[in-house]
Design a binder for this molecule. Sequence first.
Ligand SMILES: *Cc1c(COP(=O)(O)O)cnc(C)c1O
Length: 229
Amino acid sequence: MEAIADNLAAIRQRVDTACLAAGRHPSSVRLIAVSKTKPAEKIREAFDAGQVEFGESYVQEFLEKQQDPLLGHLPLQWHFIGHLQSNKVRSIIGRVALIHGIDRLSTAEELSRRAVQHNIRAEYLLEINTSGETTKYGLKPEELLAEAEAFFRLPNTALRGLMTIASPDPALARLEFRLLHNLLDELKKTAPDPSLLTELSMGMSQDFEEAIAEGATLVRVGTAIFGWR
Ligand SMILES: *Cc1c(COP(=O)(O)O)cnc(C)c1O
């Protein structure tokens, strides 16, 4: 038996402690409960314990959960944190608060086209490969800075910040989080509206405290809340 409410309380406590240790206000970090592969009942349990923001990685699974009668009427905020392919953009447009996993201009262009059609503003983050591991998705840091202007120009979109998945080793991860923070600072210098660039989505069950120390504003925690997948 997993006590989701207990796990959530423990994680929130650790988030608060990490914030205070970093001289940050606890409200400056939002906890996203990553519910991929977990059933709607578990999400409901987390919601009943006060959790509102959830992260999903797979389009089909996300759409099914969003329509689940257990959840359909709840004021949940969904984050799409998986790698997003262009041909899946139309399935999730308008259904998510924030898309974390865009890693190329062509996908952002498709997002922009669909957002124009829906007459909405789509908010997204760019995924950056901060570890240099070839198995990981993400723009290279130098690509980000070279292409930034093209992203900024896309109508009906708002680039809100950066996302990364760090190396398994927490000491390495910490350096990668620092790199992401520095990249966001660089990006702000060229942005038409730097005040939009507020988000650093970094840190998971194993390393969210390191991420908070380096400035994370969104931490994505799955296993430590819902148990092993
Ligand atoms: C699965 C996943 C998480 C959560 O990872 P845990 O180690 O279970 O906390 C966070 N971010 C992304 C992008 C994921 O795919």
